[in-house]
Design a protein around this ligand. Sequence first.
Ligand code: 5AD
Ligand code: SF4
Length: 484
Amino acid sequence: MSSLLRNFEDVNLDSKEPLEEPQRQYYFMAKCREWVKRKEKELNRPLTFSVVTFGCQMNAKDSEKLAGILEKIGYVPVEGEEADFVVYNTCTVRENANTRVYGRLGHLNNLKRKNPNMMIALCGCMMQEDAVVDKIRKSYRFVDMIFGTHNIFKLAELIDTRLSSRTMIIDIWKDTKLIVEDLPSERKYRFKAGVNIMYGCNNFCSYCIVPYVRGRERSRNPEDIVKEVEELVADGVVEIMLLGQNVNSYGKNLEEPISFAALLARLEEIEGLKRIRFMTSHPKDLSDELIEVMKNSKKICRHLHLPVQSGSTEVLKKMNRNYTKESYLNLAEKIRTAMPDISLTTDIIVGFPGETEEDFLETLEVVEKVRYDSAYTFLYSKRSGTPAAVMENQVEEAVAKERFDRLLKTVQGIAGEMTGRMEGTEEEILVEEINSQDTSLLTGRLSNNSLVHFKGPEDLIGKLVKVKLSQCKGFYYFGELAEG
Ligand code: 5AD
Ligand code: SF4
């Protein structure tokens, strides 16, 4: 935790709120905390909160920041949605993400009827869309506050505003250049943590809504990142996941530009840090320098998530991806030659406008050539406001669905074979948790991101241990703790 935060208790609530961040938010956290204390006395019980996350790792990280602020204010975390403060941190990357949120809001309304102290906040990517905000304003009037992706750091201030107002608080920023450092964050695991290295995206892939809801690319200063990782390591973290929509373009727009590979090399130096992961890489920006740094690294995990989206150069062009089928295959080959044990994973979209059977067969061909350890496959979803939404020749749902099923079969067959290639070997894993389905087992993760279930004492959680990968079960292993 930063030195600034240790002084949080010293905030003087008799003075006016500071203008600069993060001091301004400490002021509001302290002010809300006073309110929570009074409320607790009145109700004779603690006030509880729950943050529900939809979508990607970026959102999961934002949720940890929201939880960090709520805990500072004095709310106590609970599972489920029966809480005094419920936040939905939403996703909008595909239409079904939005549908899920609307589906669950009715349930929240019922809970609020039973608990008049309940506050409901909606935030995240979906809230950056005007149509969504209009709909909530009109049809979901029980919601207390809506904010977006750029101002989650303001949660305490928004709560304070809500407490002195009777109406729904709506605070959505279209974009920002602001990066607020030194705010609290509540980690889900004590031994591993996500670390934002950049926000936003400049790529405007033609199907994707992310650049519209997450804004332009902004990189954090390398010094701030190194400091955060050092503090995490001092607090028991051994594995970090560097987060960004396109980590390969990290640092390009900083006053003193620095490459992603150079940032990795700096993080490698941090004593006590054992594993470094990152996500997501855009194939068009993946440099030889990065491959070299990864190859020589003892800490960077043997896993690269390299979304291909389609195997057809024609489709890739319409997607605005800036690489071809051939250049992608060459890149994958180069990575495999440098690091034969690496695991490659990907994202694929099926049914992009204009995709023909021939285009789709090229996607299958790429999957067969690259041999991914796993692939996230998606049916194309039309996002209004993106260029692809108004393209001609939208693919019929039944055709897309049939292709999707064929793709899934191919992907799963290859993934099973790829995962199995380490059967019988002894490997290091980071032990993460008690297996949720069979509590007599622990679950750990290999450097290449595969999961291993094995018998062992609970106090191994958070430690790196060697296991023998006795049996591959398709997408995971059963292992045995190695001697010594
Ligand atoms: N439809 C389907 N999948 C999408 N993705 C992004 N936008 C869409 C869309 N409109 C997928 C991409 C991306 C992943 C996070 O989500 O494959 O890599
Ligand atoms: Fe979306 Fe493309 Fe940016 Fe990824 S790189 S977030 S797919 S626009």
